[in-house]
Design a protein around this ligand. Structure first.
Ligand code: NDP
Ligand code: 2IT
Length: 444
């Protein structure tokens, strides 16, 4: 049995209750075959793949907190420090009832390659909790965040591990987490990114993932000789990534027809009204039914359905495994040109293959949504320098990074004789730097 196959078999056998982690490892290792096969003896001797698929450290802890009725609640907290070969662990925190160790491991594994692709010195990590911020009062969210950080603060620091936001963790949660870290550690330092602008945050971090997704999509279309202006898009999600993807799409002359949340979706034939969407989601924290009530051109549907709407560009920006093979068939039938993943692993392996087999340009999340973590690294730099850059400076750097990522994955795909296969290109380019650093650092 070949080296890749034996490692895949071992990962599957050892992690039977972690389907998302197994899926992420499969997707990456399958596309690394050309580079692994070319260096099999060396990598096998160093057990490079075994080390790559085993987190350096995984921390799991109890998070007790008191709700507004005086009842004690107990959640589980996680931080997986996946790979620190090229820099301090870096990656978001997810607060969602679906969080378990397998979800955090899949995200930390993906993050390792994504962070490498940015070209910046950041290792891969991820954390979170099965806490659900939905429907909780601000005081309950604060109580939870303080308890979570009371434990987490033992393991993180500006030069060791720097968490940020992800699903369910935005400006409010980062504020409470930062306050508690500072209080316990007596240190005012850049230990979290996505901070508020009044206490060390970076301009353009909030916008970065969505904006970056559009910069990469635009560059990919350019590489394929297609102009982005005048195109239509379908978007899923209505959180941080979706909102700023829609905003940048509007700037670039792209009309976004849809958005969604966990209960339903909007079709707006006039194009999503970004100010209204921000008001509903960022200010009122309300459901999308509120958007439809305020907008005559919009129709609200229960359940899922955005991938059935005809458009040129599809941007899954909600969560993992939200675009299935039936959706891929629908997209191809409707003549979609490009699918670019704003979320982490939103497209199943089967759907990804179908899209690529049908000549759809496919940009994997670890490249397409890397603008968020890249700008987090820029926030770390500003914190270390004790300076703040302007919005334009950060946005310009973000654009350059996204264009570089696009070209890097395109070049790697061509080098390994799979031109246009950006899944392979992104995985190989991300892997090469991490593997090189791991080899140089010896058996650790
Ligand atoms: P938010 O919490 O801001 O928004 C998430 C959105 O997705 C909401 O509209 C939410 O609906 C929907 N959603 C979440 N879970 C589900 C689910 N299980 N089924 C259906 N809809 C769901 O998160 P972000 O926008 O920050 O993150 C979205 C995706 O982007 C995630 O995959 C994340 O890992 C990825 N990402 C985020 C980055 C960032 O900087 N924030 C960077 C790179 C990737 P509802 O509100 O109803 O739950
Ligand atoms: O998935 C991701 O890249 C993020 N949630 C952002 C991580 C970060 O450290 O900004």
């Amino acid at each position: 049995m070949g080296y890749v196959d034996s490692v895949l078999e071992e990962v599957t056998a050892k992690n039977p209750s972690e389907p998302e982690f197994i899926q992420a490892v499969n997707e990456v290792l399958e596309s690394l075959r050309p580079v692994i096969e070319a260096n099999e003896t060396k990598y096998k001797k160093e057990a490079l793949l075994e080390r790559l698929v085993n987190p350096e450290r995984q921390i799991k802890f109890r998070v007790p907190w008191v709700d507004d009725n005086g009842q004690v609640q107990v959640n589980t907290g996680y931080r997986v420090q996946f790979n620190g070969a090229i820099g301090p662990y870096k990656g978001g925190l997810r607060f969602h009832p679906s969080v378990n160790l397998g979800i955090i491991k899949f995200l930390g594994f993906e993050q390792t390659f994504k962070n490498s692709l940015t070209g910046l010195p950041i290792g891969g990590g991820k954390g979170g909790s099965d806490f659900d911020p939905k429907g909780k009062s601000d005081r309950e969210v604060m109580a939870f965040c303080q308890s979570f950080m009371t434990e987490l603060c033992k393991y993180i620091g500006p030069d060791t591990d720097v968490p940020a936001g992800d699903i369910g963790v935005g400006a409010r949660e980062i504020g409470y987490l930062f306050g508690q870290y500072k209080r316990i550690r007596s240190a005012y330092e850049g230990v979290l990114t996505g901070k508020g602008l009044s206490y060390g945050g970076s301009l353009a971090r909030k916008e970065a993932t969505g904006y970056g997704l559009l910069y990469l999509t635009q560059e990919l279309l350019n590489l394929n000789g297609i102009e982005i202006e005048g195109k239509t898009a379908i978007v899923s999600g209505s959180g941080n990534v979706a909102i700023y993807a829609i905003e940048k799409a509007c700037h670039l002359g792209v009309k976004c027809l849809t958005c969604s949340d966990s209960t339903g979706w909007i079709y707006d034939e006039e194009g999503i009204d970004i100010e209204l969407l921000k008001e509903v989601k960022e200010v009122k924290r309300a459901r999308l039914t509120e958007y439809a009530k305020a907008r005559p051109s919009a129709v609200y549907h229960e359940g899922r359905g955005v991938w059935g709407i005809k458009a040129d560009i599809a941007l899954p920006c909600a969560t993992q495994n939200e675009l299935f093979i039936e959706d891929a068939k629908e997209l191809v039938k409707n003549g979609v040109t490009v699918v670019a993943e704003g979320a982490n692993m939103p497209t199943t392996i089967e759907a990804t293959k179908y899209l690529m087999d049908h000549q759809v340009i496919f940009a994997p999340g670890k490249a397409a949504n890397a603008g968020g973590v890249a700008t987090s690294a820029l926030e770390m730099t500003q914190n270390s320098e004790r300076l703040s850059w302007t919005f334009e400076e950060v946005d310009q750097k973000l654009q350059t990074i996204m264009i570089n990522i696009t070209r890097t994955m395109d070049k790697a795909a061509k080098k390994y004789k799979h031109p246009g296969n950006y899944v392979l290109g992104a995985n190989i380019a991300g892997f090469e730097k991490v593997a090189d650093a791991m080899s140089f650092q010896g058996i650790v």
